[in-house]
Design a protein around this ligand. Structure first.
Ligand code: HEC
Ligand code: HEC
Length: 272
């Protein structure tokens, strides 16, 4: 009976109550802490959109996109000057003469090239020639922008070319081409048309393929000239017999087409 262990293993009623309460509370406490921890982590992940600094940061992050959309939506394309185009694109080869490019401001490099004439240089710059990529790789440059850059560069090498002014309506704003068709028909620019002619129309009109009236062949054109520029333009726009609409180049802007017709008409001895 005097076993000392008996006393030690025998729990008193208070001890029983304490251990029961502790046994219940411990898991509850653990659950509570886990829940607190999870909530805390979620809170940290939520971006802070309320403070002024945070809102500024967000505005800063989305700004370039917002600005781009504004340009796309509202502004008509503003054509760059020759110097702007050169500085943005052409300089990468033409400043140092990479790949054999004629160097800016170097009369020796440009002399013989200038002899080809402005139109040919512009054509080469638009279409590319040997190591010179079309439009210098700036595929979204308009013909006018390339032509201005060519004048800027060639003039640095001793030429005295006059860069084209603002583009023909359709070239600047294709969306307005339909509405501006009459305006662009009214004022074709034969000098610009020559470039288009050589790229698109010469395939048939240089040699008279399929009965195409040859460039500068007055006899072949005499009867046609009577229609006046408008009539010829509409034949070229819609096609006529073996002549495909727009010379088969559906993407050709109407102002370019009008310029080409104007060029062909003038070459045929007609008047605009
Ligand atoms: C990737 C390099 C490169 C870039 C960019 C470039 N060019 Fe050139 N360019 C050349 C080379 C190389 C030549 C010489 C080609 C040849 O005659 O073999 C050349 C020649 C030319 C010529 C003379 C063509 C001729 O018939 O003699 C013109 C004009 C010209 N480039 C205009 C431009 C314009 C305008 C730009 C910018 C819109 C431009 N280039 C951007 C490499 C470049
Ligand atoms: C696939 C060959 C071909 C191409 C490419 C071509 N033409 Fe023609 N074109 C013809 C033929 C063929 C005729 C003669 C049609 C007829 O009167 O029977 C013609 C006639 C014309 C006429 C006279 C129409 C008339 O009413 O008498 C004009 C103007 C004309 N072409 C402009 C152009 C222009 C501008 C381009 C380039 C944008 C072009 N053509 C490209 C084949 C072509």
């Amino acid at each position: 009976m005097a076993d000392p262990h008996a006393k030690m293993t025998q729990a008193t009623p208070q001890e029983v109550i304490i251990s029961i309460v502790a046994g219940l509370l411990a898991p509850l406490l653990a659950i509570f802490l886990v829940v607190q921890l999870v909530l805390g982590i979620q809170d940290e992940q939520k971006p802070d959109t309320t403070s002024e600094a945070a809102q500024k940061a967000i505005a800063e992050r989305i700004k370039p996109v917002a600005r781009l959309e504004a340009i796309d939506a509202n502004a008509p394309k503003v054509e760059k000057s020759g110097q702007e185009v050169y500085d943005a694109i052409c300089t990468s080869c033409h400043a140092a003469g990479a790949l054999g490019a004629p160097k800016f401001d170097n009369k020796g490099d440009w002399g013989s090239r200038i002899g080809q004439g402005y139109d040919t240089l512009v054509k080469h710059a638009i279409e590319g020639i040997r190591q010179m990529p079309p439009r210098g790789g700036g595929s979204d440059l308009s013909d006018v922008e390339v032509a201005r850059a060519v004048a800027y560069m060639a003039n640095s090498g001793g030429a005295k070319f006059t860069a084209p002014e603002a583009a023909a309506p359709a070239a600047a704003a294709p969306a307005a081409a339909g509405a501006a068709a009459t305006a662009s028909v009214a004022k074709p620019d034969p000098a610009k048309g020559k470039v288009v002619y050589e790229a698109t129309c010469a395939a048939c009109h240089a040699t008279g393929v399929a009965g195409a009236p040859k460039l500068g062949d007055k006899a072949a054109w005499s009867a046609r000239i009577g229609q006046g520029f408008e009539g010829l333009y509409h034949s070229a726009l819609n096609g006529k017999n073996a002549m495909p609409a727009k010379g088969g180049n559906a993407d050709l802007p109407e102002a370019d087409l009008a310029n080409a017709v104007g060029y062909m008409l003038v070459e045929a001895g007609g008047k605009l």
